[in-house]
Design a protein around this ligand. Structure first.
Ligand code: APR
Length: 232
């Protein structure tokens, strides 16, 4: 009997308890720069070294934090379910917690991509990617991040995963950002939906969702325990 599929849609709130600030908490600011001003193709054309510094700082912080109980609970859920994590986060905390099926909609902080025609993606050793770091063909390497205004190439893949769900857990995302915020529409009618977010009350208009307005670090392990005990 194939395992039932539980799909996780996670955002910055999932990593908040690991010490990585959400976009809303940071008020969208980084060192007085609006995130939208450093995480865009225009910023890369205008001042690539500022953009590289922005991501070097976030990557350095990532190397100093650990997955939290919410991430570890999703690994545990794999004992009885086919768990498919679709995350807007660019950190690797889901992977470091042991989740085996993680799709990053907005890219991965610890990977670089060639700006040449190959667009080859490689892991970044350590926490720095600097101007002058070139791919094998001699093109500058950029962060493997989907910047504001760039296409979310994994969207179709994500939508088909959601459409196969037997249950969906939306955790730690304000669902402000298109197109990720539209993914829940692909969930089958029969699939129960939970939303875990301390601010969920005023933020989420996910009609049929069961809202758990608490932090994921405690609420997610409890929900996982219930699913493992009682099923969906
Ligand atoms: N547990 C669960 N949820 C939390 C916690 C927590 N401990 N702390 C905060 N949250 C919730 C907030 O209430 C908010 O609804 O997490 C959500 C974070 O929302 P955002 O900061 O908007 O992050 P996210 O939804 O992931 O942003 C989407 O926007 O900036 C772009 O590309 C970037 O991937 C990002 C995207």
């Amino acid at each position: 009997m194939a395992k039932q599929q539980v799909t996780i849609l996670s955002g910055a709130g999932m990593s908040a308890e690991s010490g990585i600030r959400t976009f809303r908490d940071a008020g969208g600011l980084w060192e007085e720069h609006r995130v939208e001003d450093v995480a865009t193709p225009e910023a890369w054309q205008r001042d690539p070294q500022l953009v590289l510094k922005f991501y070097n700082q976030r990557r350095k912080q990532l190397l100093e934090v650990l997955p939290n109980a919410g991430h570890l609970a999703l690994k545990q859920l794999e004992e009885a379910f086919d768990v498919r994590v679709i995350t807007q986060n660019v950190d690797d905390l889901h992977e470091r917690a042991g989740s085996t099926q993680v799709l990053h909609l907005h890219g991965e902080l610890r990977k670089s991509r060639s700006t040449g025609p190959s667009q080859r993606v490689n892991g970044i050793e350590g926490h720095e990617l600097n101007w002058g770091d070139l791919c094998a063909e001699g093109f500058q390497l950029r962060p493997h991040i989907v910047w504001f205004g760039e296409e979310v190439v994994e969207m179709d893949n994500a939508a088909s995963i959601v459409s196969e769900s037997d249950a969906v857990i939306i955790v730690g995302t304000s669902m402000n950002v298109y197109p990720a915020n539209g993914l829940i529409r692909y969930a089958p009618r029969h699939a129960p939906v939970w939303v875990i977010d301390p601010n969920a009350t005023e933020l989420h208009q996910v009609g049929r969702a069961k809202v758990i307005a608490r932090n994921s670090g405690t609420a997610l392990p409890e929900l996982v325990e219930r699913l493992l005990r009682d099923g969906i």
